[in-house]
Design a protein around this ligand. Structure first.
Ligand code: C2E
Ligand code: CA
Ligand code: CA
Ligand code: CA
Length: 278
C-alpha cells in the first residue's frame, strides 16, 4: 500500500487501487468524525395504523462528510465495524438519540420512545446495563422511552443473550427484534426471551402486493406476534397497496418512505409536531 502508484505496481487494477485508497481515506476521516461533530442522527417516524398517530421514531446515523456530503450508514458502518469504531459511534448515537428525545419530551413534543440500533459489540459488552443506565441518567430520559433494536444473529449464544435481555428488562428499556424473519435462529426463543416487539423486515414488504408467499409470511408473523402478545411493526412501506395489505392483516404499526423518510430532528418537528412552541 505504501508504494501505491510506483511503476512496479502498475499491473494492479487501478480501480482496485482507487477503491482501496478511498476506503483508507474514509477510515481515516471516520476516526475524526466524532470529535469534529460530523455525525448526525436522523429520525424516521413510526405510525399507528388505527389513528395515524406518530408513536415512535427510529434513530438512524448519518455522516456529514466534509467533501462527500451526507453519507448513509451503508457507506461507513461496515468500515466502522471492521476498524473497531462501531462501539464509539454506537455510543454517540445512543446518547444523542436519548438527549434529543428528552429534549422533545421537556419542550412539549410527543411523549414517544426512540428506537436505537445496537451493534453486536454494544450488545455483547459485559457492562451493557451500567452503560445504558449511565446514558439514561446523563440524558435524563426515562428507560421506558428507549427501545433497543437487536437482530436475531446477536442471539446465537442463547444463554448469554437471555441473561442480557432479562437485565435490560429489569431496567425498563424495551427490546425490538429487527429484520425479523431474515435470521437463522429458531422461533423457540420468542417464548422465553423477554422481547417486546417484532420488526418485520423490509424484504417481505417490498413485493407484498405482488407476491402471495410474502403476503402469507407477513400475515403469519403478525398473527404470531398477536398470539405471543408482542407488538409488531412493518418497515419499508413505500406504497398505498402495501399499506392496505398490512392494515387488512391487522399490522398495528407502520414505518416507511410512504409516510416519511428519515429526517433531521428539526425536520421531524416541522413535519410532525403539532405547533407547540410559538
Ligand atoms: P435498519 O435498522 O434495517 O434500518 C432501516 C433502513 O431502511 C434505514 O436505512 C431506512 O432509511 C431504510 N428505510 C426505511 N423505510 C424505507 C422504505 O420505505 N424503503 C426503503 N428502500 N428503505 C427504507 P439506513 O438509514 O440507510 O440504515 C441502514 C442500516 O444501517 C440500518 O438498517 C441499520 O442496520 C444500520 N444502522 C443505521 N444506524 C445505525 C446505528 O446508529 N447503529 C448501528 N449499529 N447500525 C445502524
Ligand atoms: Ca433498525
Ligand atoms: Ca430493519
Ligand atoms: Ca435491515
Amino acid at each position: 500500500v505504501k508504494k501505491l502508484g510506483k511503476n512496479g505496481y502498475r499491473y494492479y487494477s487501478s480501480d482496485l487501487d482507487k477503491e482501496l485508497l478511498d476506503r483508507i481515506e474514509l477510515e481515516a476521516d471516520l476516526r475524526k468524525a466524532i470529535e469534529r461533530n460530523e455525525l448526525l442522527v436522523y429520525y424516521q417516524p413510526q405510525f399507528r395504523a388505527e389513528d395515524s398517530r406518530m408513536v415512535g421514531v427510529e434513530a438512524l446515523v448519518r455522516w456529514k462528510h466534509p467533501s462527500r456530503g451526507i453519507l448513509q450508514p451503508g457507506a461507513f458502518i461496515p468500515i466502522a465495524e471492521e476498524a473497531g469504531m462501531i462501539f464509539e459511534i454506537g455510543t454517540w448515537v445512543l446518547r444523542e438519540a436519548c438527549r434529543q428525545m428528552r429534549e422533545w419530551h421537556v419542550t412539549g413534543g410527543p411523549l414517544i420512545p426512540v428506537a436505537v440500533n445496537l451493534s453486536a459489540q454494544q450488545f455483547h459488552q459485559s457492562n451493557l446495563v451500567n452503560y445504558l443506565l449511565n446514558v439514561l441518567n446523563e440524558t435524563g430520559l426515562e428507560a421506558k422511552y428507549l427501545e433497543l433494536e437487536i437482530t436475531e444473529s446477536m442471539m446465537m449464544d442463547a444463554a448469554v443473550s437471555a441473561q442480557t435481555l432479562r437485565e435490560l428488562n429489569q431496567i425498563g428499556v424495551r427490546i425490538s427484534l429487527d429484520d425479523f424473519g431474515t435470521g437463522y435462529s429458531s422461533l423457540g426463543y420468542l417464548k422465553t426471551f423477554p422481547i417486546h416487539k417484532l420488526k418485520i423486515d423490509r424484504s417481505f414488504i417490498t413485493e407484498i402486493a405482488e407476491n402471495d408467499n410474502d403476503k402469507a409470511i407477513v400475515s403469519t408473523i403478525i398473527s404470531m406476534a398477536q398470539n405471543l402478545n408482542l407488538d409488531v411493526v412493518a418497515e419499508g412501506i413505500e406504497t398505498k397497496d402495501q399499506l392496505d395489505i398490512l392494515t387488512q392483516n391487522q399490522c398495528k404499526e407502520l414505518q416507511g418512505y410512504y409516510f416519511s423518510r428519515p429526517l433531521s430532528a428539526q425536520d421531524v418537528e416541522k413535519a410532525f409536531f403539532i405547533p407547540l412552541r410559538s
